[in-house]
Write a protein that binds this ligand. Sequence first.
Ligand SMILES: Cc1cc2nc3c(=O)[nH]c(=O)nc-3n(C[C@H](O)[C@H](O)[C@H](O)COP(=O)(O)OP(=O)(O)OC[C@H]3O[C@@H](n4cnc5c(N)ncnc54)[C@H](O)[C@@H]3O)c2cc1C
Length: 480
Amino acid sequence: MSNTQIRTILEPARSIPVSVEYDVLVVGGGPAGITAALAAAEDGLRVGLIESRSFVGGNMTIGLPVLGFLGQKGNQIIDGLPEKFIQRLRRERDGASEHRPCPLHMGITLVEPEAVKTVALEMLTEAGVDVLFYTFFSDAIMDGDDIRGVIVESKSGRNAILAKVVLDCSGDADVAFRAGVPTEKGNAQGGMQPPTLMFCLAGVDTDALRMSIANAPPQARTYLTDFIPAEYFGQNHQFIVVGLRELMAKAKEERGLKIPNERTIIITGLKKGEVWINMTRVKGTDGTDARSLTKGEIEGRAQIDDIVTYLVNYVPGFEKAYFTKTAPFIGIRETRRIVGRYVMTQDDVLACKHFDDAIAVASYPIDIHRPADDGCTLIWCGDCYDIPFGSLVPQKVRNLLVAGRSISATHEAMGAIRVMATCMAMGEAAGRAAKMSVRSNRAVADIDVEELRRQQLEHGVYLRNPDGTRALPGGRSAAA
Ligand SMILES: Cc1cc2nc3c(=O)[nH]c(=O)nc-3n(C[C@H](O)[C@H](O)[C@H](O)COP(=O)(O)OP(=O)(O)OC[C@H]3O[C@@H](n4cnc5c(N)ncnc54)[C@H](O)[C@@H]3O)c2cc1C
């Protein structure tokens, strides 16, 4: 019998074991989930973190630099736990670069994926967080509008995990969706940003690459990058190249290469001669659908050979380059977003909006890999904008928060708030809010946000005063 003939089956009701009970359960161990669990556990609560993979780090393990630490005015606007994490990566494992200014991305912080996995796990276990790998969230246990815990699937079978507060850091709003929270996907046409299977090359002469851009005569437009002046590459040995459009167009024409991207995107790694390539692109993939995700992996992988052919034969510095590995999974830029207490919009981002309930500050531009074509839309606001607590609070369920790329924002605003430093900052706020909820015996949606902001400041989180200056504990200010 083929699958198409089977419409539904009736799954018999059954008792399943409650495997463990926590004060706070974090679902998903990506950038948001790591800091959420660390903050929730900071004064001794029972905190669990479930992760479907065999490591924590989420998209921070696929060869991407962390964006978002520096603002559009060059100042550091993410501090607190995310900064502690980066400092430890740098100090103990040579696993992170400085926060380097970049004219297009504002700030780039290169990280070593294996070091991310190790250091994040060390920090979580030292903090007493009970990490459970190979464990897939599959359903929410509801009691009216309260979430009492989750159903998970693993090699151990189907289990229940109970918790007073649940933090959805799945990136896909999996928990919120199953709990009945309204969610949205994509732009007005339902189109979502396409995913990318990242891959790594070694043997690249990155100095030859950067100097060919820095020294290219103005008429040699083939080495032109998007928004980043050529001189930048003369001064920086760790960088992202975005552009080389004419060069790629030439390669496509001469060799008939199939590369569904207008731009070359090369990210230097921390190891000498290593670069990560952010150029595969699989339009129409839905990261919440296993069949579609599988198709994305197949098509993403199939695109790699032509991209390597282009790089090795056309891009300076790649003459001796060779393929080493793909990322452990295709990187998903966009899926569900909750519709929460407040929906962040493009106007909020572009107006550099201040919110009285701000729990983090961000500055990354709106950066949308357009769902329907091979291009990208970038819009800068000139400064910073706040992330309000209300965008982490889902409608309907009061003891659940969402942190990371699936908070309550429009498709356009999500294109800005999605970068990893910002996601870590949201996670820290969500974890601290969950801790306050358990300690005060109030639903997390109803916590005292002023008190949360006060605690955030005490833990070194970067928040702004309405005049744009940095807010400090005790109502003090610093220069913006
Ligand atoms: C190709 C690509 C390029 C990007 N470039 C950059 C960049 O250069 N710099 C930057 O800062 N950001 C970049 N981003 C954006 C950024 O990586 C993400 O928006 C960010 O990682 C989101 O963080 P998160 O914690 O919300 O989710 P994720 O990083 O996706 O982490 C979610 C975690 O939850 C786990 N999980 C999911 N569902 C379940 C479940 N049901 N049960 C158990 N566990 C689950 C996942 O395994 C994962 O570990 C890029 C994204 C992509 C895809």
